[in-house]
Design a protein around this ligand. Structure first.
Ligand code: RAM
Length: 361
């Protein structure tokens, strides 16, 4: 009897493994190379059918923002008749992404769209990809100008810095201590926003604000929680934490609200994760925050990849393309000497609109 149960269980387990194997090629694959076999099969199938293969590589697994971004990318690639490969590296590190890039080069994909975990450390791998004829673009977080053909930027860097600095000025009441809780210390997007904030802060109207520390939670919930707690104990006079990362702001919001802290929070957050923390009263930690639609970042990344592969654009400033129902976009010069395509302006989420958005992303 025991044996029978065991063999039934084995059969079920085998069937499950097969089913997972079949469906996992373009889902949130987590390892940096462990799923190559399934993807090789995907490429073989696609070459037979003449389909082009488009890969998206996010910063890391386990981050709902990255999942939304990949969801938008995949939706467009598949609707446009392409083969999509989604890769979420195990950790938000350059090393994890280099392994992924190398496996995509071996598979001979047509395009890689990547949210870079480091501005410079991916250069050799991405140059190798471009030398092999693969179109390379970045989205969300850019690699340096030599490592990409263009970059899908969610919003103007200075615009994001300005929105956040004005939120800090407003929420502190114009003076006092504030701190930043960022993602990883190498994250190009967060570092660019922080640099923009520091530049804006030089203006007179921000002169009574004191930035006491930039802490790094590495886009890991537990580390972001620990870093928030450390900020609270190190700086008893702290007035505001600004977390320009969806993982960081969510972790910080929970700490502040659970501890009934008087420290307030702003930054960049997903409405779905932050709805319960947004409010004007003492019971809520975050009066308001900003973001853009991560699904649209992925969708624009997909249309940009397709335009690069079909030759509509090369990624040079002045190139124009139509991103399906998103409309027309122009490639423009970026401040690092490369080019970018800007999705739009950052959007403010506050008590008046958070309920409309919390089920969207
Ligand atoms: C986190 C990631 C991502 C960033 C958002 C705002 O999810 O760091 O790269 O764009 O926050």
């Amino acid at each position: 009897m025991k044996k029978k149960v065991l063999s039934v269980l084995l059969c079920v387990a085998m069937a499950a493994t097969l089913a997972v194997g079949c469906g996992s090629k373009d889902e949130g694959t987590k390892g940096s190379g462990s799923d190559t076999k399934t993807e090789d099969t995907a490429k073989d199938d696609s070459s037979d059918s003449g389909k082009k293969t488009y890969a998206i590589v996010t910063k890391s697994a386990g981050n709902p923002y990255n999942e939304k971004e990949a969801e938008g990318f995949q939706e467009v690639i598949e609707a446009e008749g392409g083969e999509c490969i989604v890769k979420h590296p195990e950790a938000a590190t350059a090393d994890a992404q280099v392994s992924v890039i190398q496996s995509l080069i071996s598979q001979g994909v047509d395009s890689i769209c990547i949210a870079a975990n480091d501005e410079n450390a991916l250069q050799a791998a991405l140059e190798e990809a471009m030398d092999a004829g693969i179109k390379v673009s970045c989205l969300d977080s850019k690699a340096n100008a030599d490592s990409r053909q263009t970059f899908v930027n969610q919003a103007g860097t200075t615009e994001i810095g300005q929105a956040l600095m004005d939120a800090i000025l407003d929420i502190t009441g114009g003076e006092g201590q504030w701190a930043i809780l960022s993602a990883t210390s190498q994250a190009t997007n967060q570092n660019a926003w922080i640099d923009a904030m520091k530049e804006i802060m030089k203006e007179d109207k921000y002169s009574k604000l004191e930035l006491v520390e930039v802490a790094y939670g590495d886009d890991e919930p537990q580390k972001s929680t620990d870093q928030t707690q450390a900020l609270l104990s190190k700086y008893p006079d702290l007035k505001v934490i600004c977390a320009p990362t969806t993982v960081g702001i969510n972790a910080a919001a929970k700490v502040l609200q659970d501890e009934k802290s008087s420290v307030k929070l702003t930054g960049l957050g997903l409405p779905s994760e932050m709805a319960e923390y947004i409010g004007d009263d003492d019971a809520h930690s975050c009066p308001y925050m900003y973001l853009w639609n991560p699904i649209d970042v992925g969708r624009l990344g997909a249309y940009t990849s397709i335009a690069l592969v079909d030759g509509t654009i090369t990624g040079a400033a002045g190139d124009e393309f139509t991103a399906g129902d998103m409309g027309d976009y122009t490639v423009v010069e970026a401040s690092d000497g490369g080019t970018e395509v800007i999705l739009g302006a950052p959007f403010k989420f506050d008590p008046s609109n958070i309920d409309e958005w919390k089920d969207v992303y």
